[in-house]
Design a protein around this ligand. Structure first.
Ligand code: PA5
Length: 418
């Protein structure tokens, strides 16, 4: 595997890991053979049709040619994957700004976006698998009004919808207004949908090579990719949970990691956090958070383990590096930022290993669309197998209905008060 997973500092014995390998492998086989519902994502990178990829590329080219801003409306899995990829990989020369909304009810947030859209050419992409998510549809109605005021009937030609092919509110609206609609397969849940048009369209508009992104995932998306030791990370997570490590701290030394961390939090949190079980996913970006949470990690309650995400050849190597001038502190002068960042990464790793914190290190050779695609697919597989090892279904989210029901009740009360 081109992803390197170092488990030797995980504190879990090799023999304990080996004991669960057959079980993990058989659970992966169940996913691969789609014996459970919502496993459509597992072979998707290898079977996505050329015509769909072309449709995405053509649409992205149209959006890029006529827009300064692409406003993407979506919540949870309908935006986080795309935002994660764009934040980490967007080329500096990209001249279309991608703004994400439709995942909160904040008036200030909407007002700020409306301000940013003044005088700009805008396209709109509305993403909701169910076609019923309140945050997304509320934002859609506000921004649709703006689009209609600005472009009149042509607004629908600058609007794109990605939803399931069922008769949901969003699809009915898209069809009645002749809006370009991308289908989302029923058997792929939101948090596993980054390789579908949900992730691919915004990522393509940002100027990122989606074919490479898919190719990286497709390299792993085969029946035989997860044999032998390749599911050990999932096993180690469950072993650590079994000895009271209830929190997993995902960490990176890339300041653009923030939304990748949010994507991981959603993937693991929504997949595993049920039936009173689950490892709480937490994220830290270093070296910023070393100055706030470094103390806790080193000497606080030992309730966690760390998963360090590392890139061997940072930011494309020397070409994008900066030398530290000779006027700097003596020990730093003449080094480059990438060299110093790597030293910080190795220093933190060594210090945490010495203090006995269980540590997993997952590295990719380069931060490119190919390897980020591969890494995201790797995490999807590990997450699904890990949840199944814990005895919970990775693909549902029954708990989120409770808050939606209570929210709707409060909204109805507003009507009653009129
Ligand atoms: O992973 C999931 O299924 C959820 O987080 C959804 O992505 C999120 O709730 C948004 O749902 P929808 O795409 O139906 O608007």
């Amino acid at each position: 595997m081109e992803i390197c997973v170092d488990l030797k500092n995980s504190t879990i014995d090799k023999s304990e890991i080996e004991n669960r390998r057959d079980e993990a492998r058989s659970l992966f086989q169940d996913i691969w053979e789609k014996k459970l519902s919502y496993c459509g994502w597992v072979d998707y990178p290898g079977r996505i049709s050329k015509s769909l990829v072309q449709e995405i590329l053509d649409t992205a080219a149209k959006i890029r040619s006529e827009s300064d801003i692409l406003l993407v409306l979506g919540a949870g899995g309908s935006f986080m994957g795309a935002k994660a990829v764009i934040d980490m990989l967007e080329p500096p020369e990209s001249d279309v700004e991608i703004i994400f909304a439709g995942y909160n009810f904040s008036a200030r947030y909407v007002r700020e976006i409306l301000r940013r859209m003044e005088g700009k050419e805008v396209s709109l992409c509305v993403i909701s698998k169910s076609g019923t998510t309140m945050e997304t549809l509320t934002a859609y109605s506000i921004f649709e009004e703006w689009m209609k005021n600005r472009y009149g009937e042509a607004a629908s030609e600058r609007t794109y919808v990605i939803t399931e092919n069922t008769s949901n509110y969003l699809r009915r609206k898209a069809e009645s207004e002749k809006i370009h609609c991308f289908d989302l397969e029923k058997d792929i849940g939101g948090r596993y949908s980054v390789m579908t048009p949900v992730g691919l369209l915004p990522v393509a508009v940002a100027g990122i090579d989606v074919q490479e992104f898919i190719a990286g995932a497709a390299k792993l998306a085969s029946e035989n990719a997860f044999t032998e030791a390749n599911l050990d990370y999932a096993i180690v997570r469950q072993k650590l949970y079994g000895v009271g490590k209830n929190v997993e701290v995902f960490e990176s030394f890339d300041p653009y990691f923030g939304y990748f961390g949010e994507w991981l939090k959603q993937l693991f949190g929504e997949s595993e956090g049920k039936e009173g079980k689950g490892i709480l996913p937490y994220t830290m970006t270093f070296s910023r958070d070393l100055h706030s949470m470094g103390q806790f990690l080193q000497q606080g309650t030992p309730c966690f383990f760390e998963t360090l995400l590392s890139v061997d050849d940072v930011e494309g190597g020397e070409a994008l590096d900066y030398g530290v001038p000779n006027t700097a502190l003596e020990s730093l002068a003449g080094k480059t930022l990438n060299q110093i960042n790597k030293c910080a990464e190795r220093g933190v790793f060594d210090a945490h290993v010495k203090s006995g914190i269980p540590l997993v290190e997952i590295s990719i050779p380069k931060q490119t669309p190919y390897y980020i695609g591969m890494l995201m697919y790797y995490f999807e597989v590990q997450c699904a197998v890990s949840a199944l090892l814990a005895g919970v279904c990775p693909f549902d989210q029954p708990g989120v209905e409770a808050y939606k029901k209570e929210t709707r009740a409060h909204i109805q009360e507003l009507d009653a008060r009129k």
